[in-house]
Design a protein around this ligand. Sequence first.
Ligand SMILES: C[S@@+](CC[C@H](N)C(=O)[O-])C[C@H]1O[C@@H](n2cnc3c(N)ncnc32)[C@H](O)[C@@H]1O
Length: 348
Amino acid sequence: MKTAAADQPLLPYTRKYLGSKRQLKDWLAQTMIARAGLPGSFLDGFCGTGAVGIAMAARGVPRIVAVDSLRSNCAILRGFGQACPRIGELLRALNALPPQRGYITASFAGTYFTESNCARMDAAREAIARMAARAEITEGEHDMLLASFLLAADRVANTLGQYDAFMKNISERSVVDGRHVVDERVQTAFTLRPLDPLPGRLEVMEEDMLVAAAHVEVDVAYLDPPYNHRQYCDNYHVLENLARWEKPLLSGKTLKFDRAGLKSPFSKRGKAAGALETLVSRILAPHVFLSYSSEGILQRDEIEAILSARGDVWFSEIPYPVFGNGAGVSARRTVKEFLFHLSVKGAG
Ligand SMILES: C[S@@+](CC[C@H](N)C(=O)[O-])C[C@H]1O[C@@H](n2cnc3c(N)ncnc32)[C@H](O)[C@@H]1O
């Protein structure tokens, strides 16, 4: 087995994530600041990897509130929240643990991860949970270890970046008959790496945005809801399962746990418009920015009509190259990314 190369600094968005604004974060941050000024507080709503909130923090916004309904996203982002002097020592101890067979090996060996990586992950995940239960680590240390664990797991996963499927071939040979059948990283040893804490005040909330909208007050709210029918809890169920560590029963070929409470109305054709209406009616900010794709469930005019109920709406769009449809198709094509700015009537 090869050893993982520490080739680039770990950031919460150094991973493949559907709809990540990693490539657009600077354009988004510049546009929002140009239109609304440098805010004292910023909501990264539906934060996913947190790429947009981090871009705003890098420009000097002192308070960032990030909200997402998935624990795995919140856990990763929270892990970058504070410096932990002991972290190097803790990571070294976890990386040195003897492999052990447990829930991860029984569930995912030979599918999403190699068997040997599953045993390394079982040893590390149990140790993190045990140290937290015995209060041997602080909350901040736990957050950082869990974030490092989830990013390390994602790095060696046998997927195309999302977990609605795993690649068929997980054997040692990554190239068969000249065809690339498995990412080389799948065969590298699962290894926890240190994280560089992010500057500024980062508050991470694991919450439904429809609930958070009614109590989080900020100067600028940025909203990036799912725009198609692909549920994030389906696409990231393995990371979510590892983050929650409740060891649920799994079913089906893709080994999912019961995600009934995690389905998003924004990914349902019949519910997306109503959900956006509710969200916009509740949001507590004088400036609201909304990202959406030209290929989304809702059309531009529907979105404008919903936003206009609260004030004046400005619109911009930017061409955005994507690979296939996100389900393993690799042809490159261009879609448009919409950005709406709602200046709320009677606010500020
Ligand atoms: C388009 S992605 C956001 C990507 C993000 N801006 C980034 O740069 O990584 C949509 C996110 O919304 C989250 N989500 C879906 N429904 C939600 C809800 N009702 N409340 C909070 N988050 C939700 C998903 O977990 C997903 O991370």
